[in-house]
Write a protein that binds this ligand. Structure first.
Ligand SMILES: *Cc1c(COP(=O)(O)O)cnc(C)c1O
Length: 443
């Protein structure tokens, strides 16, 4: 078996954490030693890891797309179903966790997760819906200052939403959307280019991911927000790939709003509810336009049904409808696990796991795998994106049949996420062994 030399220098974090080298990288006993040494934050036994074709758990690297099911999700959902069965309409006010204030159960853990005050966050709707709601409030274009800064190659749903709001205000999206692309010949953005772009004076809004969904590159929310705010430009972030992946400090970084989904890193289940953050500075500003409904109305008079809307302070005031309790229940199971592990411990374990994956990919790569994600650990979370030479779809399908799940983005992008909450070093080692086998047979 030929062993490809690392294509690039070993990542700085890998050098600092005595990872195995050479062919020891694919020694399962060495991987199991790493699992014993870097166990803090891993709660694998709390999850149903999806099943492999041969039986047993898959090597699951697609948690950036859909997180696995927390074992306790069934208990939480069953409790809500039981209350419905036994209490009927009284479940709104009775039972261990009445439904009227049920969403409030999520606020403390959600706030800890994204670095916010509890009043700054709310779980509601889904991601793109929340983006629309907050664009109504924070995209206030005027002639000469109507543009929106976003990443070139942003997730299409975000781009559709932004374009539709430009159109709603009478602007041509082709003119209004400023899409920042990497420098020629490069795959990721220079942090300084992002900050410079956020300083443009023709912007009505900066709206970026804090971690790009395709490249896995993480951006500094604080630096971008400071640059935009210096020009009086509001800032929103999409944390779809940041929440539950990166240590976030939304309150301190200071963007005006943020939105995310809970079904990727946050394991809330398919179609799970989204999250929204509105900075404290807007908590009591009811002059901003917003879409209104009864769930954002003052709780004390909500059921008196007054004709005039009186908004709740904070992020809750952006709610419109009464929320789906079963989805909130499933999310509670996952948030309890994030609270138990703690985001700093998860990120610390994630840095080591991802560095190990990076070394393994370098080791088996030798030219047919090219890493897109930055090698600087401060510019990424757990996901590594690689370009694959050859029949990428065949590779992903073969891995799936061997019991390893990665995520294919045609034509040649594969995204691999060792999520620290449930992925093991042994999983990464096994993936490496499979890739080495594929390389020897095909590459
Ligand atoms: C996953 C993802 C979405 C999905 O949007 P939904 O409204 O939850 O369907 C949107 N934007 C980004 C950046 C994503 O990563």
């Amino acid at each position: 078996m030929t062993t490809g030399a690392p294509a690039e220098p070993v990542a700085p974090v890998a050098a600092a954490i005595d990872l195995p080298t050479g062919s020891d990288l694919l020694d399962r006993r060495a991987a199991q030693t790493l699992d014993a040494r870097h166990g803090a934050g891993c709660l694998r036994d709390a999850f149903h890891v999806p099943t492999a074709p041969q039986g047993g758990p898959t090597r699951y690297f697609a948690g950036h797309s859909l997180g696995p099911q927390p074992r306790e999700a069934r208990t939480y959902v069953a409790a809500a179903l039981d209350d419905w069965a036994t209490l009927g309409v009284e479940g709104h006010l009775e039972g261990e966790h009445p439904w009227l204030p049920y969403h409030e159960l999520l606020a403390p853990a959600t706030a800890r997760l994204v670095g916010a005050q509890p009043g700054e966050v709310v779980v509601m709707n889904t991601l793109t819906v929340n983006l629309h709601f907050l664009l109504v409030s924070f995209y206030r274009p005027r002639p000469g200052r109507f543009r929106i800064l976003l990443e070139a190659g942003a997730f299409p749903s975000d781009r559709y939403a932004l374009a539709s709001h430009a159109r709603l205000h009478g602007f041509d999206p082709a003119d209004a959307l400023v899409e920042l692309a990497p420098r020629p010949g490069e795959a990721t953005l220079h942090p300084a280019d992002l900050v410079a772009a956020a300083r443009r004076e023709d912007l009505a809004l900066v709206c970026l991911g804090n971690c790009n969904y395709l490249t896995g590159q993480a951006f500094s929310m604080a630096a971008i927000t400071a640059a935009a705010h210096a020009q009086g430009t509001p800032v929103g972030f999409d944390l779809a790939h940041g929440a539950g992946n990166l240590v976030c400090d939304l309150h301190g970084a200071g963007p005006d709003f943020a939105v995310w989904c809970n079904y990727k890193y946050l394991n809330a289940g398919p179609g799970g509810l989204g999250g929204a953050f509105v900075h404290e500075r807007w908590a009591n500003t009811f002059e901003l336009p917003r879409l209104q409904g009864w769930w954002g109305h003052d709780k004390a008079s909500r059921f008196a049904m007054p004709a005039d809307w009186r908004g709740l302070p904070g992020a809750e005031g952006w709610q419109v409808s009464n929320p789906p309790i079963l989805q909130l229940a499933a999310l509670r199971a996952s948030m309890a696990l994030f609270d138990r592990a703690g985001m700093p411990a998860l990120r610390a374990r994630g840095d080591v796991l991802t560095a190990y994956l990076e070394c393994v990919l370098d080791h088996v790569g030798g030219g047919w795998l090219a890493q897109v994600t930055p090698r600087d650990p401060t510019q990424r979370g757990s996901m590594l994106t690689v370009r694959v030479r050859g029949d990428t779809a065949a590779l992903a399908g073969w891995l799936r049949r061997q019991g390893a799940v990665v995520d294919l983005r045609p034509p040649d992008i594969v995204r691999v996420t060792p999520a620290p909450l449930y992925t093991t070093f042994d999983d990464v080692c096994q993936l490496g062994l499979l890739l080495a086998q594929w390389r020897d047979d095909h590459a």
